[in-house]
Design a protein around this ligand. Structure first.
Ligand code: GLU
Length: 422
């Protein structure tokens, strides 16, 4: 637990993580993966939870510094790199974005084109890895390692033993790659694609690392601990969307309903989940359920989501941004005073609140003026700005002047004229 006095006030978060750890540590259901023989050596008693906020603060409980291999948790990050290299349209031609509803290592390929269903299953991940720009396996993997290190905020290294173990036994993935090579879905030699894919799976991380990686996704692609921009914002959104629909193997749909957070798990026992604009969480516990997800990590995420109301589609009741509306009075302009972050719905509410003013203007001769008082507004979304600009244009046609008052002159609505606070 934190000993830094500045962080005492955040202790409830560490207490909550510790409670989850204590609640589920005795749960010994599940089996440690053994299809990659080296993974079977993991200690089934390890359980760590690490949370990193988009401000870069970390909270942790349990075994958050135990190393394990990323396995499938590498998939969203490699997909992100391929997206940054090629763009969404080109990537969708090669790898779909549909949940397969099948096991991660199934032959989930489009019957006509051979295109894998999505980048979170092995087939789609092998194609994604092959599309990362680079002259050969070595260069491609180095780009992957560097990018994933950017997400983690530290230099990630290969676990050579796990890599070799999968190299020696991963024939199902080779078979998948040969199949995709035969249909043209895989554009590079099988050995090259498999080498890159097995290496990305064998990158060694801790629960702390994957929490930072999740927090980077939650923070629009900028690592909140190091400040490094790792991927462009639009790529970040696309990756989170695919994680939300396809990230938890063939229980992705139920996960979205129950937990409602974009997530990705791996057969080594890691699970990364994130709450956009809030935090990333990394969990590690090796025993897996029948679908391949860490038993304790899934239970802990369910509770965390319910206790902290984290479901992506949960929307707390919102306040109207309209603080007050002063009706026009003789020579005095009408004043609409707004607050907070004004988005699409906020602008729509603000515009609708003007109905009585417009009725007043219709009955009284002009000239008329409306002032938007933005002193208490913290931001205006581009869509809301466009709505106010359209309002200004419409009002100008009927001889009404719209101006903005902001004592801090932040140019929140830069296209509209400013005036002194009324
Ligand atoms: N390297 C593993 C495989 O391809 C990753 C599987 C996983 O974590 O889902 O079989």
């Amino acid at each position: 637990m934190s000993t830094d006095p500045r962080r005492q006030m955040f202790e409830p978060i560490e207490v909550a993580l510790e409670e989850l750890r204590e609640r589920y540590l005795p749960d010994d259901r599940g089996e440690v993966a053994d299809d990659i023989p080296e993974l079977a050596k993991a200690d089934p008693g390890h359980f760590g939870l690490s949370l990193v906020s988009v401000d870069g603060h970390r909270y942790r409980a349990g075994d958050t510094d135990v190393a394990f291999t990323m396995q499938s948790i590498s998939k969203p990050f490699v997909y992100a790199l391929a997206l940054a290299d090629h763009g969404l349209e080109a990537m969708l031609d090669r790898v779909g974005a549909e949940p397969s509803g099948e096991a991660y290592n199934a032959i989930s390929l489009d019957p006509d084109t051979g295109r894998p269903d999505n980048p979170m299953i092995n087939a789609g991940a092998i194609v994604s890895a092959s599309l990362v720009a680079g002259a050969g396996a070595e260069e491609r993997f180095e780009r992957i390692r560097t990018t994933l290190s950017g997400f983690a905020g530290r230099d990630l290294a290969l676990d050579d033993r796990v890599y070799r173990s999968e190299m020696a036994t991963g024939d199902r993935n080779r078979a998948l790659a040969y199949l995709m090579r035969s249909t043209g879905a895989l554009g590079c030699p099988v050995d090259e694609a498999i080498e890159v894919y097995f290496r990305q799976c064998a990158l060694s991380v801790t629960a702390d690392d994957i929490a930072t990686m999740g927090a980077t996704l939650a923070n629009n692609g900028e690592n909140p601990v190091t400040g490094q921009r790792v991927i462009p914002e639009e790529v970040d959104e696309q990756v989170m969307a695919v994680m939300a629909t396809c990230g938890m193997y063939d229980s992705s749909g139920e996960w979205l309903v129950r937990v409602g957070l974009p997530a990705k798990s791996g057969v080594a026992g890691g699970l990364m989940a994130l709450s956009p604009a809030q935090f990333g969480i990394g969990l590690y516990s090796p025993p897996l359920d029948a679908k391949g997800n860490s038993v304790r990590a899934v239970e802990a995420c369910r509770d965390l989501s319910a206790d902290f109301s984290l479901h992506l589609l949960h929307r707390p009741a919102r306040d109207t941004p309209v603080v007050s509306l002063r009706m026009p009075d003789n020579d005095e302009p009408a004043v609409l005073c707004l607050r907070g972050d004004v988005d699409f719905v906020g602008a729509e509410q603000a515009l609708r609140s003007l109905d009585p003013v417009e009725a007043h203007w219709a009955e009284h001769p002009g000239p008329h003026e409306l002032v938007l008082d933005l002193a208490r507004v913290s931001s205006v979304e581009p869509v809301a700005a466009a709505m106010f600009e359209a309002l200004a244009a419409g009002l100008a046609e009927s001889g009404v002047r719209l101006s903005v008052a902001d004592p801090r002159r932040r140019a929140l609505l830069a296209e509209l004229p400013e005036r002194e606070a009324p």
